[in-house]
Every structure is written in structure tokens, then in C-alpha cells.
Ligand binder design. Structure first.
Ligand SMILES: Cc1cc2nc3c(=O)[nH]c(=O)nc-3n(C[C@H](O)[C@H](O)[C@H](O)COP(=O)(O)OP(=O)(O)OC[C@H]3O[C@@H](n4cnc5c(N)ncnc54)[C@H](O)[C@@H]3O)c2cc1C
Length: 168
């Protein structure tokens, strides 16, 4: 189990200092957020920068290919990075079982996976940008808008999670 907090900060200088500061920032948030922070051993809190990269159109060269974060590093706003890595692993395995030539297998693997992962990387970036809006008026509008969109989000996530890796 894990939790995370993200906030804008200069590279290499995480803006949240330590557990007491986190506990103070989130003390009036709904349960179980303050409880989770309180139950976490300070030594287990990792402070690090988050990076993504614009999607690239090709992951393979000859008998080498990439999968997971190496192929499509993404922000964790949708919680999909590891999910995509697992999907990639299944897709590349099925393609390698189907084709005797790695180049043919990797061509099919890329054609199956590029579009889905590109969409998730771009959507994760957009969600991060919307979440970080600082202007109080714009942020209030965002918060209201989000409440109306909650059912749509639920539907979108169901579609996202219904994805099946299928090699034809
Ligand atoms: C805060 C946060 C929250 C997240 N939440 C979620 C979530 O809820 N759901 C989700 O699906 N994803 C989530 N992710 C994303 C997820 O953690 C990554 O997408 C996933 O770990 C990528 O897996 P990977 O195997 O591609 O890469 P990694 O997990 O980075 O594995 C690569 C491994 O290779 C090792 N390595 C690197 N170089 C070498 C070398 N030269 N020789 C040998 N080994 C090497 C590294 O040490 C590492 O162990 C989150 C990420 C963050 C940062």
C-alpha cells in the first residue's frame, strides 16, 4: 500500500519537507488521509521529482524493444504506469510467441500499444496540469466542474480498466 502527494517545486527541491509538515498540511482533510499520514513511518517517506516525456513513435530497433516506463514514462495522476508496464509485458510476450522474427513481433507489439499508452501519458499530463491550477477562481470552477463530471470519470475509468491484451 502507498500514498503520495505531489506539488510544484524546483527540480531537486521537493516542496514538502517532512512528516510533521505533511500532517499539518492535511490535518483537516477527510478520513483516512490524516490517519494514513500518521500511520506512516517517517523513514518510509520518499521525496523525489516526478518526470514524464512526450510520447515517442517508436520503441524498437532490430532485436531490442522497450516496455514500461522506459517506453512511456508518465505522471502517476491516473495510476496507470505499472498497469501499462504489465499490459506491455503480456503484449510483447504474445507477439514473440506468434512471430519467429523479433522485428516482426516488435512491429506488432508497437502497433498494439503505441496509441493506448500515448493517450494515457497525455491524459495523465493534462490531469496534472488541471490539478495544479493556482488561480483561486479557476480552481473553484475546476472543483465545481469536477463534481458534475464524476459519473463521466467513473465511466471512463471502467472503459480504461476493461482493456484486454489480444493478439490476432
Ligand atoms: C508516486 C507514484 C505513484 C504511482 N502510482 C501508480 C499506481 O497507482 N498505479 C500504477 O499502475 N502505477 C503507478 N506508478 C507508476 C509505476 O510505479 C511505474 O510506472 C512502474 O514502476 C514502471 O515499471 P517499470 O518496470 O517499467 O520500471 P521500474 O519500476 O522503474 O523498474 C525498472 C528497474 O530497472 C532497474 N534498473 C535501472 N537501470 C538498470 C541497469 N542498468 N541494470 C539493472 N537494473 C536497472 C531499476 O532499479 C528498477 O528497479 C506510480 C509512480 C509514482 C512515482
Amino acid at each position: 500500500m502507498y500514498w503520495y502527494v505531489a506539488s510544484p517545486a524546483p527540480e531537486g527541491k521537493p516542496s514538502v519537507a517532512d512528516k510533521p509538515e505533511l500532517a499539518e498540511m492535511f490535518h483537516n482533510w477527510p478520513a483516512p488521509i490524516p490517519e494514513l499520514i500518521a500511520a506512516t513511518d517517517a523513514a518510509n517517506i520518499i521525496k523525489t521529482d516526478l518526470y514524464d516525456r512526450p510520447p515517442i513513435p517508436k520503441w524498437s530497433q532490430q532485436n531490442i524493444t522497450l516496455l514500461g516506463d522506459a517506453a512511456h514514462p508518465t505522471l502517476p495522476t491516473m495510476g496507470q504506469g505499472a498497469c501499462m508496464a504489465i499490459e506491455d509485458a503480456l503484449a510483447v510476450t504474445q507477439c514473440l510467441l506468434k512471430h519467429s522474427e523479433p522485428t516482426a513481433a516488435f512491429r506488432q507489439y508497437e502497433s498494439m500499444r503505441l496509441l493506448r499508452t500515448k493517450k494515457i501519458v497525455e491524459q495523465s499530463l493534462l490531469i496534472g496540469k488541471v490539478a495544479r491550477l493556482q488561480n483561486p477562481l479557476v480552481a473553484a470552477m475546476r472543483n465545481t466542474f469536477m463534481k458534475f463530471l464524476s459519473q463521466q470519470f467513473e465511466k471512463d475509468y471502467k472503459t480504461l480498466h476493461a482493456y484486454k491484451v489480444t493478439v490476432y
